[in-house]
Design a protein around this ligand. Structure first.
Ligand code: SF4
Length: 349
């Protein structure tokens, strides 16, 4: 027995109908476009996603266009959006659907989950939004709202917590269209029940236990925060006699798969002196500014050096390399921190 009630859900839905934001994918029934939007929205704000979504759909209007594209083209369209494994998995998933499922996305959550790159969250989102299947979506927004509404005391990351939230949201779907009720929960979390919520404006405050007991800041219960490690290293700007810049390509597995970057090292893996010696480099100058970026599990801080190669480039840590004219650097999909490094070094405006 859950505390979810029909009147609560109607209050939520009435608010959503009035206040929902315009999002291009909300007008869509095409499951492919809903899939793209859901993948882009993971860890990323709606305003950031909208221009990427438009560019993506223009470049790849159908799932088949994604499947036929090269990984380089896929990564280029994704450049700057971060979490590149999402793009790689979307590419793999599209190829799987074209080859194994005759190009047709299945309509049930269970079948969707078998597609590479489609997990618990995405399968529930596509099945409910595209096909109206009554499966509750558990994301950061729904988790925050439901945990405060019903004072769920389990830790946010625990399986029990996720099951509880899924159960509550799924229960709410019987009083309306799963497509819209799921989105209403997510929208309430994005606009009203934010980390610093606007409870006075909330359509649900008369139902909300943590509002009534004045303990909103206790929910959701977060796991103990670990300080993320800082990794220090160096990025090298290496030019040949034609003033072309050396770019190297990352492996297609692991962090930032397949992206092109400036040669670099982490000091905890290979100290500066070792990297210079092994790669036959001389350092010409260093830059005052550092290139920094925070990933989910660590922060990188790179010093920047202009360097000269004393012999031919060879380093099998990267799968490929290319000498690139300065005005063609933007044609390569690059990690954000390397774009920052290129700007610091005056290679990009
Ligand atoms: S009353 Fe406040 S805490 Fe409760 S659901 Fe609404 S915004 Fe969230």
């Amino acid at each position: 027995m859950t505390p979810m009630t029909e009147t609560l859900v109607h209050a939520l839905f009435a608010w959503f109908q009035k206040e929902k934001r315009f999002m291009p994918w909300r007008e869509e029934d095409d499951p492919y476009k809903i899939w793209v939007s859901e993948i882009m929205l993971q860890q990323t704000q709606v305003e950031t996603v909208i221009p990427y979504y438009h560019r993506w759909i223009k470049k790849f209007p159908t799932l088949n266009d994604v499947a036929l594209a090269s990984l380089q083209d896929i990564l280029k369209q994704w450049e700057g959006l971060g979490y590149y494994t999402r793009a790689k998995n979307l590419h793999k998933g599209a190829q799987y659907v074209m080859q194994e499922l005759q190009g047709k996305l299945p309509q049930s959550r269970e079948a969707l989950r078998k597609i590479p790159g489609i997990g618990d969250y995405t399968s529930a989102a596509i099945a409910s939004i595209a096909f109206d299947e009554p499966c509750g979506v558990v994301d950061g927004n729904t988790s925050r709202v439901i945990s405060r509404l019903f004072r769920i005391g389990d830790t946010l990351t625990s399986l029990r917590f996720k099951k509880h939230v899924a159960q509550e949201v799924t229960d709410s779907l019987k009083w309306g269209s799963p497509r819209w009720i799921n989105q209403a929960w997510m929208e309430l979390g994005a606009l009203i029940c934010t980390p610093n919520p606007s409870c006075q404006k909330c359509p649900l405050h008369e139902y909300c236990e943590s509002w009534q007991y004045n303990c909103i800041s206790s929910y959701p219960v977060k796991p103990m925060k670990k300080r993320i490690p800082h990794r220090k290293g160096a990025i090298f700007i290496i030019k040949n006699a034609q003033k072309e810049i050396l770019l190297v390509q990352r492996r297609e597995t692991g962090l930032l798969p397949g992206l092109w970057e400036l040669p670099n090292t982490f000091y905890d893996e290979q100290p500066l002196s070792d990297f210079i010696m092994v790669n036959d480099l001389t350092l010409d100058r260093s830059y005052v500014n550092k290139a920094e970026h925070t990933y989910s599990h660590f922060k990188v801080i790179y010093e920047l050096f202009d360097a000269t190669l004393q012999s031919n480039w060879w380093n099998d840590y990267w799968i490929s390399f290319q000498w690139v004219p300065q005005n063609e650097l933007t044609a390569y999909p690059r990690p954000k921190v390397h774009i920052k490094a290129m700007k610091i070094a005056g290679l990009l405006s």
